[in-house]
Design a protein around this ligand. Structure first.
Ligand code: ADP
Length: 333
């Protein structure tokens, strides 16, 4: 970040409904001792929004506010932190009290789009497709990058038509998002850690709870009428005709059913929005995906199924950090 403006810290935060994303620049040793930011690495870290104190302690212990040449130990009074996400407003006072710094609040969609465009243009092998657990890099054609649909799956879901650099429209969104899914997951499975929940879902069988076409029509009719026997007819649909109580179901079966129900639903809404806008490429971001192979497989399958192979679901390696990265980039002259 050689051209970073003098009053900007070398970090940016995206304070969301569930997670705080922090992107910061860590200079190498030589750079640190000279106090100039001419080489180093970008680092990406997440915290629970409910544990803001841990994030603040991290910023303090890593001396992230002493940016360029500020290793004197005291925070420069005019340092501002680029911040995005709803929490940038909610928690501005906390940053002021703790560090004496102001949050420079940036539009959430603007930062998400800036982050996505930067990754797609500048970072080789950033985007990929994922089918049957196999990732295939997507070679981004810079002349033909726009327009695309960006679906950011966070606590809620935002769908943004991106036409160019800082040229975008937030078309729609849905409140049935990652927060909904994981909120229900917490109640139904007792999982409080997302990664544990994802692991658990890997061990489950969705057919214990999901109703598929074969369950309704019978196998013979499916065969005779050429219906796809294994097509999902109703997520959790088997529960109604069963005498089992919640405690009779295995947490892993509940987990896999829940995750696939929401993932298919979000993918289907994304397909419908992309169809209305006549967009062929749909990029998925947000921490919901978490690099999880089955989640990406299910999204890819749904987009392929509904579009009859005409649309492509594309994923990003830095999926959860689009907003934070976009905010950091706004520091550049
Ligand atoms: P937001 O900006 O709204 O916080 P994110 O893009 O950070 O949204 O995604 C949050 C969602 O990602 C959660 O609702 C959940 O579905 C999932 N998730 C991924 N990692 C975690 C985690 N460590 N803790 C809780 N939820 C997580």
């Amino acid at each position: 970040l050689p051209n970073q403006s003098s009053d900007g810290a070398l970090l940016a935060v995206d304070i969301g409904g569930t997670l705080i994303k922090l992107v910061y620049f860590e200079g190498n040793e030589e750079v640190k001792s000279h106090g100039r930011a001419t080489g180093g690495q970008l680092r990406f870290v997440k915290f629970q929004t409910s544990r803001l104190d841990e994030c603040l302690e991290f910023i303090r212990s890593k001396r992230l506010l002493y940016g360029r040449g500020l290793d004197t130990g005291s925070t420069s009074m005019n340092v501002k932190i680029k911040a995005t996400g709803g929490g940038a407003f909610k928690f501005a006072d906390v940053f002021k009290e703790k560090f004496g710094v102001s949050l420079d609040k940036l539009d959430e969609m603007d930062t998400v789009v800036t982050g996505a465009n930067f990754l797609l243009k500048k970072i080789p092998n950033e985007s990929f497709t994922c089918m049957h657990g196999k990732r295939t890099p997507v070679v981004v054609n810079q002349q033909n990058l726009f327009p695309y649909l960006l679906v950011n799956i966070g606590s809620g879901v935002s769908m943004i038509k991106v036409m160019g650099n800082r040229k975008f429209e937030r078309v729609t969104g849905t409140h049935i998002g990652g927060g909904t899914m994981f909120g229900l997951a917490k109640l139904l499975t007792g999982c409080t850690r997302y990664d544990d929940f994802l692991k658990l879902s890997q061990q489950g069988d969705n057919l214990v709870l999901d109703l598929i076409v074969k369950d309704i029509c019978g196998e013979l009719v499916c065969q005779k009428q050429g219906l796809s026997a294994s097509t999902l007819a109703s997520s959790f649909g088997k529960v109604l005709s069963s005498r089992r109580k919640l405690s009779d179901y295995k947490a892993e079966d509940l987990a896999t059913t829940l995750l696939s129900a929401f993932t298919y639903n979000i993918a289907q809404v994304s397909f419908l929005v992309a169809s209305l806008l006549r967009l062929k490429r749909v990029y998925f971001g947000g921490s919901y995906i978490r690099g999880h192979a089955s989640t990406m497989d299910n999204i890819s399958y749904a987009i392929d199924f509904w579009s009859k192979g005409q649309m492509h679901a594309i994923f990003l390696r830095h999926e959860g950090f689009l907003g934070a990265l976009g905010a950091l980039l706004s520091n550049l002259n």
